[in-house]
Ligand binder design. Structure first.
Ligand SMILES: NC(=O)C1=CN([C@@H]2O[C@H](COP(=O)(O)OP(=O)(O)OC[C@H]3O[C@@H](n4cnc5c(N)ncnc54)[C@H](OP(=O)(O)O)[C@@H]3O)[C@@H](O)[C@H]2O)C=CC1
Ligand SMILES: O=C1O[C@H](COP(=O)(O)O)[C@@H](O)[C@H](O)[C@H]1O
Length: 490
């Protein structure tokens, strides 16, 4: 995935520029890239939304966002001023052809015709086709244009196909960049480095040596201000269909011949297509869904999901699925995929449990080797090993852990995933974006579970906010002889 850090001058046109995502992630990401010298002087950011705002009004909001969301060590008043000068704002309803497109044209026409244009759709996906159609109608889509699509790409296979078809009427697949911000995480890319740059792991990365793999993304937050979206989505659609299946495909893919975008994406989609289907009559035994009820977080009482929502709901805030990748490499190895809101602690990690040593030398005293790839926070890895207990009189084993940090060599902070992704879209570098067939294969696999859950054929379990999850999940993983990482001895 080596590529140049240099970026040509660009115009970044953000639809949804007044929204939460733009303020919290997109503007800080572009600022940081300017700070480290990856944004050329000519680059401009053109925010658009329906809200009627002057450029000054918008810049005031953008300044507040940077002051709120930039890490303190990155804030630099002079640089913030330089960044804000790049920003324009056009009041525009992207779905209406009789709106303010002339004003957007006037701003874009100030740049040369071959200027790279990135259209970032930070809006609900139902708007994507209409915005694309208007961009086409008014001649904004040039050969140097790309479009970035925010998640969710649909709520099931049919709606994902409709969104993809809608955008594809106006953009070539090579111009479409579907965001999965987990792929922009440096630590997620570390899965590739650990697996393929270390013979230590590549030699044992198969069913012969691996007993199971757990992939967890747990959060302490609830649904915050996004209840309206979340309640129509739920944990499976929000986290598993996209982020966690991407992590799974990086863990399970065959070695790609090179790190070109399509070679890696081919390898990933092969995994998604090899996922053993979970038919509707198996959903109850292969998945767990749950909702948090009131509990305690850091000693403070927090309400349950239904109380936060203010109404009844069958939306899950916790989801577990057991996946099998039906390839010779992964014969019958369970992959446990788990996500939770209002969990005990925030942690995203991959836990690889190796099979027990076959050597008779130490009897049953040798523990299993375990590799923990900590995606966030405390980014790094730990490898649990058996070593000799030096204080024992005879020959006794004890557990030792070899660990390392995923940290930039120059001591700087790990960049936020949006920094890498937003600039990769400018560079036209799609390796860390999801191809259409990946999105659709992922929906196809989760769909029977979604349907079965929607029909309430699987009981909704409950867990206290601030806990690791429901008791049902503990019983579930034990049925295949495993335990969750937090319940393990080491
Ligand atoms: N927030 C987050 O952390 C994440 C968000 N996402 C996704 O990103 C997208 C945006 O999320 P978020 O920022 O939270 O949502 P918000 O509701 O905060 O923002 C939506 C934005 O879209 C604009 N908008 C709505 N309708 C139109 C229209 N017809 N034409 C132009 N602009 C329009 C709104 O402005 P106005 O009303 O002024 O038009 C606003 O700027 C969603 O699809 C979300 O699922 C994905 C991952 C994380
Ligand atoms: O896409 C989403 O991701 C976040 C979690 O992202 P992370 O980088 O903090 O792990 C999640 O909170 C949100 O619900 C979901 O839409």
């Amino acid at each position: 995935m080596a590529h140049s850090q240099q970026t040509a001058p660009f115009d970044y046109v953000i639809f949804g520029a007044t929204g939460d995502l733009t303020m919290r992630k997109l503007l800080p990401a572009l600022y940081n890239q300017l700070r480290i010298g990856h944004v050329p002087e000519e680059a401009r950011i053109i925010g658009t939304a329906r809200s009627s705002l002057s450029r000054e009004d918008y810049i005031t909001r953008a300044r507040e966002a940077l002051e709120t969301f930039l890490p303190a060590q990155h804030r630099d008043e002079a640089l913030i001023e330089r960044f804000l000068k790049k920003i324009h704002y056009v009041t525009l309803d992207g779905t209406k052809s009789d709106h303010n497109w002339d004003e957007l044209k006037a701003v874009l026409d100030q740049s040369p015709a071959d200027r790279i244009r990135v259209f970032y759709y930070s809006t609900a996906p139902q708007l994507f086709e209409a915005i694309s159609e208007n961009l086409h109608r008014f001649g904004f889509i040039t050969p140097h244009s790309r479009v970035v699509l925010e998640k969710p790409i649909g709520t099931d296979s049919a709606s994902a196909r409709a969104i993809n078809d809608g955008v594809s009427r106006f953009f070539e697949e090579g111009q479409i960049f579907r965001i999965d911000h987990y792929l922009g995480k440096e630590t997620v890319q570390d899965i590739i480095a650990l697996r393929f740059a270390n013979p230590l792991f590549s030699a044992v990365w198969s069913a012969e040596h691996i007993q199971s793999i757990q992939i967890t993304a747990a959060e302490t937050v609830g649904v915050e201000g996004r209840a309206a979206y979340y309640d129509t989505s739920g944990a499976l659609r929000d986290m598993i269909q996209n982020h966690l299946l991407q992590v799974l495909s990086l863990c399970a893919m065959e070695a790609p011949a090179d790190l070109e975008a399509d070679t890696v994406r081919d390898a990933k989609v092969n995994v998604l297509k090899a996922l053993r289907p979970i038919p509707e009559d198996k959903v109850a035994s292969e998945t767990v869904r749950a909702q948090y009820v009131k509990g305690d977080m850091n000693g403070k009482p927090v309400p349950g999901y239904l109380e936060e929502l203010g109404e009844d709901s069958h939306t899950e805030t916790y989801a577990v699925m057991r996946a099998y990748v039906d390839t010779p490499r992964w014969k019958d190895v369970p992959f446990y995929i788990r996500t939770a809101k209002r969990s005990t602690k925030k942690v995203s990690e991959v836990v690889v449990t190796f099979r027990k040593s076959a050597s008779a030398l130490f009897g049953t005293s040798a523990a299993t080797n375990r590799l923990v790839i900590r995606l966030q926070p405390d980014e790094g890895f730990g490898l649990a090993l058996n070593i000799k207990n030096p204080s024992a009189a005879g020959f006794e084993l004890q557990h030792g852990t070899m660990s390392g940090k995923f940290a930039p060599a120059d001591g700087s902070l790990i960049p936020d995933s949006y920094e890498r992704l937003m600039l990769d879209a400018v560079r036209g570098y799609p390796a860390l974006f999801i191809r259409r067939d990946e999105v659709e294969a992922a929906w196809a696999w989760v769909e029977p579970t979604l349907k079965t859950w929607a029909a309430n054929k699987v009981p909704m379990a409950h867990y206290a906010a601030g806990s690791y999850g429901p008791e049902e999940a503990r019983r579930f993983i034990a049925t295949t002889g495993d335990a969750w990482h937090e319940d393990m001895a080491d």
